[in-house]
Design a protein around this ligand. Sequence first.
Ligand code: ADP
Ligand code: MG
Length: 342
Amino acid sequence: MIPIGRKTAVLLCFLLCLLIMGGCHSQPPETQRDIFAMDTYMRLKAYGEQAPQALREAAAEIQRLEALFSVNESESDIARLRKADGQSVTVAPETAELLNTALTLCEHTDGALDITIYPVLRAWGFTDTAYTVPSADTLKELLSLVDYRAVQLHELNVTLPPQTAIDLGAVAKGYTGDRLCALLRQAGVTSALLNLGGNVQAVGTKPDGTAWQVGIADPKGGEPVATVAIEDCAVVTSGSYERFFVAEDGRKYHHILDPQTGYPVDNGLVSVTIIGKSGVLCDALSTAFFVMGLEKSAAYWKTHPEIEALWMTEDNKLYLTEGLVDLITTKEPYTVIKRGAS
Ligand code: ADP
Ligand code: MG
């Protein structure tokens, strides 16, 4: 062994401390905020010196958007539209932007997504938790009010036919996620992970430069069914297990409604996850794909290269699009859906 003098030992200790401190410095500090908004728990995590202030601004932005989009706050844009009785209402630029995007997606999905579903949702009690199973006659009557094509949007002016009303539950969190990511990037944050009640949106990579690992929930609970490696994108899941009630007839009724029938979708799917750059697109399509069912939504995906998708069925089968194969880790085997195949 080479003997070392006291001075050398002190110097070595000093260098070691510097190394450790240097190591700590390369891992930027984490800031986390937990918020209950838009009827769900949200967790915002961001890294770096800018994160505390940026997350404060993000939290304020969530409250601001909720006050515009909420079906329950009496002065929200959406509530004012519901009460307008056929009159034109001037809405905030953000509401107009979200309505515009949502209406386009209602059209692209052939009405599987229909933001005028509100009267039917309310009859089931999904807007205020006064759950009940409406009669077939009630549903038939209310369905005559459901038609996204009746919404007139001209810049900031929106007109709905009397009794028609809008619910943005299928798209609001995705839109909010997109705005928060933009806000964080603008504030200089390069690494953040936002979980808005099951809608996950990432800014950049983890602070160490590796991809975020996002779990896809098992509808039965416990460990995630799959983990997807992502950076700078959104992972949005819609599932029948997320919001439901058990009625007196002993049956389970969930919150994603088929705009054709007015009943909760019952097509063998338990969840659909969409992965892509745009949170609002992923949110809209996770709901719409759930309504369309596996076959129709897989056909839709084949002509839409901007997203990837994962479907889970009631009989525990997993289907995923080919672009996910290299990004996903699953416990169970799965079927790959390919673009070229019919
Ligand atoms: P979550 O809110 O659980 O994240 P989704 O994004 O799938 O799930 O949105 C479901 C919500 O969208 C419902 O709670 C309801 O507010 C609304 N909704 C239900 N069915 C439809 C539909 N067919 N089209 C548009 N919105 C819908
Ligand atoms: Mg959605």
